[in-house]
Every structure is written in C-alpha cells, then in structure tokens.
Write a protein that binds this ligand. Sequence first.
Ligand code: FES
Length: 253
Amino acid sequence: MLARASQRLLEIRQAFRQLPQASRSFSTALNYHIDSPDNNPDLPWEFTDANKEKVKEIISHYPSNYKQSAVIPLLDLAQQQHGGWLPVSAMDHVAKIIEVAPIRVYEVATFYSMFNRTKVGKYHLLVCGTTPCMIRGSREIEDALLKHLGVKRNEVTKDGLFSVGEMECMGCCVNAPMITVADYSNGSEGYTYNYYEDVTPKRVVEIVEALRRGEKPPRGTQNPQRINSGPEGGNSTLLGEPKAPPCRDLDAC
Ligand code: FES
C-alpha cells in the first residue's frame, strides 16, 4: 500500500516537472538588502538643510509621543532627496529621528510599493498591471517601454534616466490603460508624480522621448476623443440640468 502511494507521488512529481516552467512576474522589485558599496549602513546620510526644516514641520503634526507616525512622510521626503530610492542609511536616519528601531522603518519601506529600496531612474515609469488595464493592453505597454529602453523590469537604463516598474490599480481604470511617471529629476523641490491615461504602445514611447528632451508632456488622458473620464466620442448621459423629482414630499405623494 505504502509502496503504491509513493509510486503515485513519484508519478505526480514527474508530471509536474514535465510542465513548461510557468513564468512568474512580480509587481514590485524584490526587497532584500545585501550590503554593497553604494548601499550599506556605514555610508553617511542626512537630510539637506532645506529638508531639515521640512522634517521639523512634518514632526510638528504629531504628538511628541507619537513621532513614529511621521514615518511615511519622512521616508517620502528622504526618497525624493535621494533621487527616487531609499538606501539603508537613509532609513536608519529616519529611524533615529522618530526614535524607533530601524526594523520598524524597513518594514514600512518594504510594504509600500511606492518606496523603492533599490535604484530607479530619474523618471521611474510605472505601468498599471491590474485587470482593467491588463485587458486594455498594459502588457503591450510594458513590452513597448522595455523594448524601447533596452531594459528588464526594475532595471535602470545606462544613462540613469529611466526605469520601468509595475504598480497595482492606480484608480484610473475608466481611462485604462495608464502609466505613472515618478519624476525625481529635480529633487524634493521639483518632485512630481504624473498620470498618463489612455496610452498606447506608440504614445508611451513618445512620452519617454519627450521626457528625455526635458519636456513635460501633458498629463491625463492621451486620447483627444475623450473628455476627462467620459466615454470616447463625448458624454452620453447627464447631458442637462437634473430635473426635480415629481414629488419631493413622500408623505404627500
Ligand atoms: S486597473 Fe489600472 S488604473 Fe485601475
């Protein structure tokens, strides 16, 4: 009996081994830390003088015994200052400011996909990969970006300008597919986070090239047929002023 069961287990294992290896894509970069020359706890890191003022202002929003609640805005500021990613020494510095163990800060930076724990490009392009965008062609959008830039997902171009990542739904499903560009080219003073909606493979390449030339391509829908979030070709509902219901007083109707 035991021999038959183990033979059956062996057959099942072999059947699985013969299946083509399913590829598994991760929406965000893998987060683990290994010391490297440009990312280790011995590298000094602190906020700039201008950002030290912002740190004081951020901390002032919280009661003095709840300083740790400032962890997200402080990490965000650190990331903007550091060109779009958080080296371990920046996280350690934030931990020191809010007086918690560094692991408390690493946990937050690892959980939220808007924090990058490895280098990204000055323009970090995030393709929405959730279902509405996926069925409207987000895979083709990502392929076009990766091919045009000659990188893999989460890899930075040699000139340091661009990287491509993936995010989950960014709340623009009605204008799917869409990408976001996190623009770290001007530090924390000029940081912007821009949505480009109704994109096509051709349009995303045009957006990349406009950014490379230092231009600011218009944000929002890239489809001239669409007005804001209305249907292509113009609005079809709510075209006039709403009419009063026939009877407002239910008791009198
Ligand atoms: S699914 Fe892409 S924005 Fe919602």
